[in-house]
Design a protein around this ligand. Structure first.
Ligand code: PLP
Length: 482
């Protein structure tokens, strides 16, 4: 392992290739707040710092360097144009307490983004401020609960969550004080309607449906599910974290959903990974819109302004400070304008075409799609159970060996419903050549597994680190250990 930057430190060495005037911040900081001793920073030259961080970055897999088909996470290319638009000085330097009269530009962008997302999802109103997908779900669950409480329906505390839902669904429902009730999915990946009918009743608050589900298929009986739950007096929540398969083509609002969230950091041009920042806007139909969080932007005769709690008495309140992760919202706004309606259709067309093409190439080569009778959505699952049985090489071993071939591994061992699972999401931004290269690598690894399984089980062979003790890394993280 290379040294840390502190090992390279030498007293009094400074990271300035040219002599620059020190920014005299002391001038502005009152004396009692000035520090007494210098901070413990590494003392290195500018070139040492540049090399250190460049070499560290080169060890990373990133979307800028490698194909990154991490299912459910959508590691797609985020156009630099959207990034640049959001990084303009006026946006970056605006103080969050700037009065509305001096914030008409940013408010107009946010207002138009609300409108765009309403259009895209088929909802009546959208609130932009929740800051992650899971927080959007919590918002929706709280809104459903508030609606039933308003109708003096205090018994409705059960929320139905299919086993193919994202793990955050039951977690956020229980944070909102609801009780998650599981229903099964059948062998084709659809919700089992009989199982659903058995659990709905007078205690049903609603259903949370991840669609496409984590099994990577589109729920085919969405209309029947919607009727069953609505007829029982429950509401419908759509987990639209990954809108890439349906963007511009199908709208949850048209499928009778009452409330939903989307992840701008999966669909609308925000790089993600490493924990954020993101944005999980929530949209609702007329019935639930009054419960949406505050603040929201409205357009009035005197210009754009925030709608606050006093004007929205039923609102569940705030979920973020100020206006949410506004830098992320601005990227989504720029991205939407760059795409336009036709461009959004292209996104879903190519996301699904790429996934279906890659699934077909792998199944032609003898791999096993988890739902062979189903079309891929923006992603698809394969099960490596048979390969593991025949060669002893598991999904984890395939994942590690892919790194040597220059590919980030797909999502591995998720969803739990599928044994030895790879959840593969190629995204719309990859070329056919890249998809073919990935399929060729999978085929080559399968051959290695048959001829020399031990070699694959010891992969990766060409990375700066081999197999890590993941349990210890979680319990006792020490990034400076050599
Ligand atoms: C990613 C994801 C979430 C959670 O989103 P976060 O922003 O990570 O909280 C929820 N549901 C689905 C289907 C997802 O893919």
């Amino acid at each position: 392992m290379a040294d840390t930057i502190f090992d390279k430190s030498r007293p009094t060495r400074r990271a300035a290739a040219q002599r620059v005037e020190s920014r005299a911040t002391e001038k502005f900081v009152p004396e009692q707040f000035q520090r007494l001793s210098p901070p413990m920073l590494p003392e290195v030259s500018e070139l040492q710092a540049v090399r250190h961080f460049t070499n560290l970055a080169r060890r990373n897999f990133s979307i800028d360097t490698h194909f990154y088909p991490l299912g459910s996470c959508t590691m797609k290319y985020n156009p630099r144009g959207a990034h640049r638009a959001a990084m303009q000085d006026g946006f970056l330097n605006r103080h969050p307490l700037t009065p509305t009269s001096h914030s008409q530009g940013v408010l107009s962008c946010l207002y138009e983004l609300q409108e765009i997302l309403q259009n895209v999802t088929g909802t009546a109103q959208v609130c932009l401020t929740p800051m992650a997908g899971a927080q959007g779900e919590l918002t929706g669950a709280l809104m459903i609960k508030a609606y039933h409480a308003d109708n003096n329906d205090h018994e409705r505390l059960e929320i139905i969550v299919p086993t193919a839902a994202h793990g955050t669904n039951p977690a956020t429902a229980s944070m909102a004080g609801l009780i998650a009730k599981e229903v099964e999915v059948n062998a084709d990946g659809d919700v089992d309607l009989e199982s659903l009918k058995r659990v709905v009743g007078p205690k049903t608050a609603g259903v949370m449906l991840t669609n496409p589900s984590t099994c990577a298929v589109f729920e085919r009986r969405i209309q029947a599910i919607s009727d069953i739950v609505h007829d029982a007096g429950g509401l419908l929540y759509y987990d639209g974290a990954n809108l890439n398969a349906i963007l511009g083509r199908a709208r949850p609002g048209d499928m009778q959903f009452d409330v939903l969230h989307l992840n701008l950091h999966k669909t609308f041009a925000t790089p993600h990974g490493g924990g954020g920042p993101g944005a999980g806007p929530v949209g609702a139909n007329e019935l639930l819109a009054p419960y949406l969080p505050t603040p929201m932007v409205i357009k009035s005769e005197s210009g754009y302004r925030w709608l606050d709690q006093a004007e929205r008495p039923k609102s569940i309140g705030r979920l973020s400070s100020f206006m949410g992760n506004v830098g992320i919202l601005l990227r989504a706004y720029a991205y939407s304008l760059m795409l336009g309606g036709n461009g959004m259709c292209d996104v879903s067309d190519y996301a699904t075409l790429n996934a279906n093409y890659l699934m077909r190439r792998l199944s032609d080569a003898g791999f096993h799609p988890a739902y062979p009778v189903r079309r891929a959505t923006h992603e698809f699952a394969i099960s490596l159970r048979q390969e593991a049985k025949e060669t002893g090489v598991t999904a984890m071993d395939f994942a590690k060996r892919l790194l040597d071939y220059g590919f980030h591994a797909p999502t591995t061992y998720f969803p739990l419903l599928i044994p030895e699972c790879f959840l593969i999401e190629p995204t719309e931004t990859e070329t056919k050549e890249e998809l073919d290269a990935f399929a060729d690598a999978m085929i080559a690894i399968l051959k290695e597994a048959q001829q020399d399984p031990e070699f694959v089980k010891q992969a990766p062979h060409e990375q700066s680190v081999g197999r890590l003790d993941e349990v210890q890394a979680v319990r006792q993280l020490d990034v400076t250990a050599h």
